[in-house]
Design a protein around this ligand. Structure first.
Ligand code: NCD
Length: 306
């Protein structure tokens, strides 16, 4: 079911695939510190053409907890790309060195291109503005861990819904389940792109757009995202929306349901106040922590299968 597969888009994975992943992640969570032999014969390539903190470090930690070695780079400047080497040559070379390649890139389609070049499995660690499948798997797993279900829940997405790949990927991932409703709250210029909305609706999701923060009152999961400054074609467009929304403790106390939880893929800039950190709503640190077992599960399933 998982062995040898490329992980390019979460749309390629069924509910059964994802449930098997969550089960494996539960196992990894319980046995995290005793699995040193699991992938001790493997080398994992980390090809990060775009900045990353959590995704890269959690893949690296996950690999090492399973006994695998890692090689890789953290920026284009650190590779021969800076000398003019092509993306394809870089991937082709890495493919001959390692057993699996994790790719992050600023351009959409980079992971798919890599999977056409490489024989070894490719895992997309975020490319462009639409796909970040492993973050979506992590976000679904966090939700499942918190609520014991994904079906029947209401999700509110807040912020830059236009350029945030964690938002579009999680919406795609939710379409494998039966959430009650998806509420989209954003400044008018940062609304979810039509192409994403169409796919989501075609796959049976109910989406509702709102501008006021009051709309979070129906949500079980409040998913906040930063404005993706680096993806704006025009920085003036960014300047116009910068600082236009902020989730804080007061707002949550006023509108959020008792059991609601706030998720954020991080990094946060100013859209999520630090005063939320000590509230009962905060779940983003647990979310970051679960990045390890979910990526351990992913590496193990893709490299070794069941
Ligand atoms: C996200 C990304 O790279 O898309 N970060 C992450 O993987 N945790 C979100 C972001 O950068 O805002």
């Amino acid at each position: 079911m998982w062995k040898g597969r490329d992980v390019i888009s979460i749309l390629d994975f069924s509910r059964n695939d994802l449930e098997a992943l969550f089960e494996k992640a539960d196992y990894m969570r319980k046995n995290q510190y005793r699995l040193k032999n699991e992938l001790s014969d493997m080398i994992i390539g980390l090809a990060f053409f775009e900045p990353s903190t959590r995704t890269r470090m959690s893949f690296e930690t996950a690999a090492k907890r399973l006994g695998a070695d890692t090689v890789g780079f953290v920026s284009e400047e650190a590779t021969s790309i800076a000398k003019g080497e092509s993306f394809s040559d870089t991937i082709r070379m890495l493919d001959s060195y390692v057993d699996l390649i994790v790719v992050r890139h600023k351009y959409e389609g980079a992971a798919l291109l890599a999977s056409n070049i490489a024989e070894k499995p490719i895992i997309n660690a975020g490319d462009g503005k639409s796909h970040h499948p492993t973050q979506a798997m992590l976000d679904l797993y966090t939700t499942k861990t918190l609520f014991n279900t994904i079906d029947g829940l209401t999700f509110a997405f807040i912020g830059d819904l236009k350029y945030s790949r964690t938002v579009s990927s999680l919406i795609f991932g939710l379409s494998a389940f039966n959430p009650k409703e998806i509420i989209l709250i954003s400044p008018p210029s940062l609304r979810l792109r039509e192409e994403i909305r169409l796919v989501a609706e075609e796959r049976g999701l109910r989406l509702r757009e709102e501008e006021s923060m009051e709309a979070i009152s129906d949500a079980d999961v409040i998913y906040v995202t930063r404005i993706q400054k680096e993806r704006f074609p025009d920085l003036q467009e960014y300047e116009r929306v910068r600082g236009s929304y902020r989730i804080n403790k007061e707002l949550l106390n006023k509108y959020a349901k008792d059991g609601a939880k706030v998720l954020h893929a991080l990094p946060r800039i100013d859209e999520l106040s630090r005063d939320v950190d000590e509230t009962k709503f905060q779940a983003y640190f647990m979310q970051a922590r679960l990045g390890i077992p979910i990526r351990m599960a992913l590496l193990s399933l893709v490299l070794k299968g069941e």
